[in-house]
Design a protein around this ligand. Structure first.
Ligand code: S3P
Length: 440
């Protein structure tokens, strides 16, 4: 355990470029590995989660190397991966585990997938159910948890599957399995989730059709595409950019710009919610890279107002509730999160972790199975009693969120463990120091 403390901060100022998008980085390596020829990835997130994906793909036969800032992948082609000799350890990453289960579901060999203590608690049945319909076999630990063995289908069959939960990971697993499957595989999502897989599949040459109707969004991939290696520029991660930007909103006198941030509309819900709270956010220099919109975002400190974040918004900001909770703790009035039961099965039970951390810091909350209310302090929250530490439960976003709370609170906030921050935001403490926040 490596505790870290954020004391109340003076004004934060400057321009930053945060690391690459985690979702896009996983997908760039995976699609590179199942394409023919060479893929070059610029701006890959070199966090532990993504490194674990690279290691697993290497064990499956892809040739992955780094030269300077560029990652090169020589892929095996669609259906061309080989049986691994060792267990595939996906570390802390649900995205890596679930997407890889999809890829492997239509490769005719067995593999064993495991993860760390946090990942091995997370539900895998949501991907096993549709992938079994395609012909794959799984043998998982009780409760559909990792470690598990996946036996890829010898003759995968296409399916037409309606997602019972809004999950880009489940959608992506099915689409990836559909690549090495004859015919058309369709996923219907009741409300749209992040579409990085669809965008990147097209970038690599796949045929992906999207149709919206009263039933939801239908995404169809056609099997056996000729995927060919590409140049991929990974945008900065909007989920990571959220931490310095919310810090700037909360610490009086601050103004911070984060450049080249991914602003895919299905990821940008936090920025809409913050604006509704009265946040001074400006978005400039909008452009597209490798099929994804990006922009520079500037946040200026000011007073915030509580807000109701409705369930319909959840998929577009599913990873941002912990940092939105920190903004809510400093706002005037009540904030309410609705339809957020999925937060209970992320890297930790994020509703419980947020609630416990906020209460420790003197913020009043209430919650149910899928909702949370936060009574804002209309300024700096009191902060914890001396000696008390926020429990992070192996969750990088809980760790960073409460460090930001410390910058805005009356008393320093200590988190019990900062080690997991490297899964998504290597260099977090150094970058926060660059804009004036001292973490000790
Ligand atoms: C992700 C999808 C989300 C998100 C996760 C990354 C992805 O999970 O929470 O951090 O890259 O597809 P769900 O799709 O399960 O909600």
């Amino acid at each position: 355990m490596t505790p870290l403390t954020a004391p109340p901060s003076g004004p934060l100022t400057g321009r930053l470029r945060v690391p690459g998008d985690k979702s896009i980085s996983h997908r760039a390596l995976m699609l590179g590995a199942i394409s023919t020829g060479k893929t070059e990835i610029h701006g890959l997130l070199e966090g532990e989660d993504v490194i674990a994906t690279g290691r697993a793909l290497t064990m499956l036969g892809a040739d992955i190397s780094r030269s300077g800032a560029v990652w090169r992948v020589r892929g095996a082609g669609v259906g061309g991966l080989a049986a691994p000799e060792q267990v595939l350890d996906m570390g802390n990453s649900g995205t890596a585990a679930r997407l890889l289960m999809g890829v492997l579901a239509s490769h005719n060999f067995s593999s064993v997938i495991t993860g760390d203590a946090s990942l091995n608690r997370r539900p895998m049945g949501r991907v096993m159910t549709p992938l079994r319909q395609m012909g794959a076999d799984f043998d998982a630990r009780d409760g559909d948890r990792l470690p598990l063995t996946v036996r890829g289908a010898p003759l995968p069959v296409p399916i037409d599957y309606r997602l019972p939960v809004a999950s880009a990971q489940v959608k992506s697993a099915i689409l990836l399995a559909g690549l090495n499957t004859a015919g058309q595989t369709t996923v219907t999502e009741p409300s749209p989730t992040r579409d990085h897989t669809e965008r990147m599949l097209r970038h690599f040459g796949a045929d992906v059709a999207v149709a919206d109707d009263a039933d939801g969004r239908h995404v169809t991939v056609t099997g056996y595409p000729e995927l060919t290696g590409q140049q991929v520029q990974v945008p900065s991660d909007p989920s990571s950019a959220a931490f310095p930007l919310v810090a700037a909103l909360l610490v009086p006198g601050s103004e911070v710009t984060v450049t080249g941030v991914g602003l895919n509309p299905l990821r940008a819900g936090l920025y809409d919610a913050l604006r509704e709270m009265g946040a001074d956010l400006s978005i400039e220099n909008q452009r597209d890279v490798a099929g994804e919109p990006i922009a520079d975002i500037t946040a200026k400190a000011g007073n915030l107002q509580g807000v109701t974040a409705q369930a319909v918004r959840a998929p577009a900001m599913i990873d941002e509730y912990p940092i939105l909770a920190v903004a809510a703790a400093c706002a005037l009035g009540e904030t309410r999160f609705e339809g957020v039961g999925e937060l209970r099965v992320k890297e930790s039970d994020r509703l419980a972790a947020v609630e416990a951390g906020l209460r420790l810091c003197g913020v009043e909350t209430d919650s149910g199975e899928d909702w949370l209310t936060i009574q804002g302090c209309a300024g700096p929250p009191p902060g914890p009693a001396p000696g008390a530490a926020v429990a992070t439960h192996m969750d990088h976003r809980i760790a960073m969120s409460f460090l930001i709370l410390g910058m805005a609170a009356r008393q320093p906030v200590t988190i019990d463990d900062s080690a997991m921050i490297d899964t998504s935001f290597p260099g977090f403490a150094a970058q926060m120091a660059e804009i004036g926040a001292g973490l000790t």
